[in-house]
Write a protein that binds this ligand. Structure first.
Ligand SMILES: CC(=O)SCCNC(=O)CCNC(=O)[C@H](O)C(C)(C)COP(=O)(O)OP(=O)(O)OC[C@H]1O[C@@H](n2cnc3c(N)ncnc32)[C@H](O)[C@@H]1OP(=O)(O)O
Ligand SMILES: O=CC(=O)O
Ligand SMILES: [Mg+2]
Length: 522
């Protein structure tokens, strides 16, 4: 089906998708077209600026706090008001947007549910449209679901979590919707559709249109979102500042502009979040193209050390000085079925992670699974109130600490784990699942990016493995073949392995694995 709104907006829907008629309305598409017309050229310029900046990093420049924005960092100012239903964000559950998981997450007892079109979603057209239908139904009061396999009925409980939606990052497109002959941005599509269909109903229910903004690389990208918000509020007749956003600090350039990002979005922002997994990925991608910046095994890169500890402490101090929430992040440990000891260890890992976060001053945290809500809630019960906004830590880590790499080893086990996880994750993604349990951990786009980025880095610089062996293309291909053999015949494993091989051996680092992977779906 192709729907033409006017000469500039065409929607091509290659297969009949449930709910398309409800979501792809003339009004909603007209709004997305207006966003595209006004903002897409700027989005593309900002993506090009990322690549130019990368060339400077490759030439040896290291990130620093920009001199030209010193006045913003040094001046006293605060962000705008925080809505009542966002004051207590102790535990936020995240997950994809299918009906069952949306209902389970909203009923999980968490304060917030972040419905995710980014790291936890493989952007199949069907999933995206159905996701928007589910979110719209939540605000229409008609969200329910019967599982076709088990026959179990799901409906919203008495006290659902507050809903926040994470649109895709600026780098992704939505090829099923074109305007002026070009695919629209995935971010503007996800944002625009949700805002158009849900803002009024969310406000009428005493909540509001709330968003998480992923993968920003600095203040200019935040300024773009700010302008998108101002334009959208006017288009929909909403009071300025009605849209509220929490920005993920999950790239190294953004971590050096946290004040500036809050300032750019001050009418709309309510907090920042430590997106630790993408942050590790960004650290490798942006600064790791050098033989003296080789990372250790993924498992050695923990939040209590080096650049990760430094950035989370700096984020807390920065946010609280400006009256903004300092949200913690996601521990990848998830419940382990059928092994009590392993399950206890997983719970202990999550508990320790959350206790560290609350002890450092975070106002709340993320969990990946309903069974972890209470664990996190118990850890955050040590706060004296609903948040720690009034605590401003004095000791703020500086540039050197923020650029300090983790010490640790690279091992054959670490290489093989990266191969296994990346192949299985990409295979799942190609099959339409954006988050999967692998080896007792939650894996999603961000965690898988770390695996393939490390493989590229270690290959490119022939890293020492287990102290005495240089990693090489031969070794990589041998271990990839081994791991593939051990995995057997699952769906999409072959194309996933081919893509991983291409990504790991490419002369130039691919910005996101989801870009070539998107060419392989739908
Ligand atoms: C780096 C980042 O960006 S983190 C944020 C992005 N990542 C995520 O959001 C991951 C969210 N988590 C998940 O997708 C899942 O928990 C996984 C993939 C990690 C594990 O999935 P599974 O092994 O299928 O979970 P499991 O079988 O234990 O699920 C048990 C029940 O809990 C539900 N459940 C599990 N996780 C969630 C969740 N995050 N939200 C809502 N419900 C959930 C399941 O739907 C299932 O419900 P049912 O009993 O009614 O059938
Ligand atoms: O989005 C969260 C992350 O850790 O990445
Ligand atoms: Mg992320």
């Amino acid at each position: 089906m192709t729907m033409l709104l006017d000469r500039t907006m065409a929607v091509a829907v290659p297969c009949a998708v449930d709910g398309a008629k409800e979501i792809l309305t003339e009004g909603a598409l007209g709004f997305v077209a207006a966003l595209h017309e006004r903002f897409d050229a700027r989005r593309l310029d900002l993506l090009a600026a990322r690549i130019e900046r990368q060339q400077r990093f490759d030439a040896g420049e290291m990130p620093d706090f920009p001199a030209e924005t010193r006045h913003i960092r040094e001046a006293d100012w605060k962000i705008g008001p925080i809505p009542d239903d966002l004051v207590d964000r102790r535990v936020e559950i995240t997950g994809p947007t299918n009906a069952k998981m949306v209902i389970n997450a909203l009923n999980s007892g968490a304060k917030i549910f972040m419905a995710d079109f980014e790291d936890a979603t493989a952007p199949m057209w069907k999933e995206l449209v159905e996701g928007q239908v589910n979110l719209r139904n939540r605000w229409l009061g008609k969200l329910d679901h019967t599982d076709p396999d088990s026959g179990k009925y799901y409906a919203l409980g008495e006290d659902p979590a507050v809903l926040i939606v994470r649109p895709r990052g600026w780098h992704l497109i939505e090829r099923h919707v074109t305007a002026q002959g070009l695919p629209v941005s995935g971010a503007l599509f996800d944002f625009g559709m949700y805002l158009w269909h849900c803002a009024a109903n969310a406000l009428a229910a005493g909540s509001g249109p709330y968003f998480y903004l992923p993968k920003l690389e600095g203040r200019h990208e935040a300024e773009l979102w700010s302008d998108v918000f101002a334009f959208s509020e006017e288009w929909l007749g909403l009071e300025r500042g009605t849209i509220k956003a929490t920005v993920l600090i999950e790239t190294i350039p953004a971590a050096f502009e946290m004040d500036e990002i809050l300032y750019a979005l001050r009418e709309n922002v309510v907090g920042l979040n430590c997106g630790r997994w993408d942050y590790i990925f960004s650290f490798i991608k942006r600064l790791g193209r050098s033989p003296d910046r080789l990372t250790p095994d993924r498992s050695a890169m923990t939040m209590d050390k080096a650049f990760l500890a430094a950035y989370s402490l700096r984020l807390i101090a920065t946010c609280h000085r400006r009256g903004a929430f300092a949200m913690g992040g996601m521990s990848a440990a998830i419940p382990v079925k059928g092994d009590e000891d392993a399950n206890r260890r997983a719970m202990a890992m999550v508990r320790a992670d959350k206790l560290r976060e609350v002890g450092n001053g975070h106002d709340g945290t993320w969990v990946a699974h309903p069974a972890l809500v209470q664990v996190a809630m118990d850890a955050f019960a040590s706060m004296s109130g609903a948040n720690q906004l009034s605590t401003v830590p004095g000791d703020i880590p500086g540039r050197d600490a923020m650029l300090t790499l983790h010490a640790g080893e690279r091992t054959e086990a670490g290489v093989r784990e990266n191969i296994r996880v990346a192949v299985q994750y990409i295979a799942a993604w190609l099959g339409g699942r954006g988050a999967v349990p692998l080896y007792n951990l939650m894996e999603d786009a961000a965690t898988a990016e770390i695996c393939r980025a490390q493989l590229w880095q270690w290959l490119r610089y022939e890293a020492l493995i287990d102290h005495d062996r240089r990693f090489s293309r031969d070794l990589f291909e041998e271990w990839l073949a081994d791991e593939l053999r051990n995995l057997g015949d699952g769906p999409n494993l072959r194309p996933a392995a081919l893509l991983l091989h291409e990504l790991a051996t490419a002369p130039e680092f691919e910005e996101f694995l989801t870009l070539p992977a998107y060419e392989m779906i739908d």
